[in-house]
Design a protein around this ligand. Structure first.
Ligand SMILES: C[S@@+](CC[C@H](N)C(=O)[O-])C[C@H]1O[C@@H](n2cnc3c(N)ncnc32)[C@H](O)[C@@H]1O
Length: 208
């Protein structure tokens, strides 16, 4: 929200400055640029709302930094292990993890906007991870040592079957907030002890 407000203020200030300097032509093209960018963002928001409401897909909401730090602290990721983030958004979980642990990160994301944002972050990050623009239900998960996911109930039901079929014995699944219907978690981690009943405050750990 703060970033959006600051961007609007910055664009307004640049426009005012351009008019003040009587650079009307540049101001006009800058206005076209702002309108074009706003339209693109609105189209992406529209697609996202449509996907979530009518197709039952998980929205592009990122796991919090606090949660990611907790996972890094609590889970003993083995060196050189392969970590998948199914529905990785912009890939921030894998990048953060790679900053602290020596892992190979692979993320699947089928929505174009977070995928592009993830590739841009990757360009400037020392902890680059592989992000594939693909439906993870079509991916082979047999090489995964760890799987992380933050999805919604409908997708969890389908994913449960796939993980049980494809994961190698000993692989660990970490699910943010949502549980599998028929698979009992080995353990769970509370993110924030002070907000015990909050909606998104638990990680469920499953072992194949
Ligand atoms: C709630 S976000 C979680 C993002 C990231 N894992 C995190 O925790 O920060 C869920 C993401 O999964 C993506 N997604 C949902 N179903 C998917 C599928 N079948 N294949 C690929 N991506 C999917 C959505 O587009 C969305 O960006």
């Amino acid at each position: 929200m703060i970033v959006i407000l600051l961007t609007i203020l910055l664009c307004g200030a640049i426009l005012l400055l351009l008019y003040h300097l009587q650079l009307y032509f540049i101001a006009l093209y800058f206005s076209y640029f702002i309108i074009f960018t706003t339209l693109i963002i609105l189209i992406f928001i529209f697609i996202e709302v449509y996907r979530v409401i009518f197709k039952g897909h998980a929205p592009y909401i990122c796991s919090s930094n606090k949660l990611i730090k907790k996972i890094i602290k609590e889970i003993n990721f083995k060196p050189n292990s392969v970590v998948y983030d199914l529905g990785c958004g912009d890939g921030r979980f894998l990048r953060q993890l790679k900053k602290h642990k020596q892992i190979q990160g692979i993320g699947y994301e089928y929505f174009l906007m977070p995928y592009i944002i993830g590739q841009i972050y990757n360009l400037f990050s020392k902890n680059k991870v592989k992000i594939k623009l693909k439906n993870f239900f079509k991916a082979d998960l047999s090489q995964a040592d760890y799987v992380f996911c933050y999805l919604i109930t409908d997708e969890m039901a389908k994913l449960e079957k796939k993980l049980k079929q494809e994961l190698k014995p000993g692989a660990l699944v970490i699910s943010n907030t949502f549980k599998f219907k028929n698979w009992q978690p080995e353990n769970f981690i509370v993110i924030n002890e002070k907000r015990k009943n909050a909606l998104s405050n638990k990680l469920y750990i499953y072992k194949k």
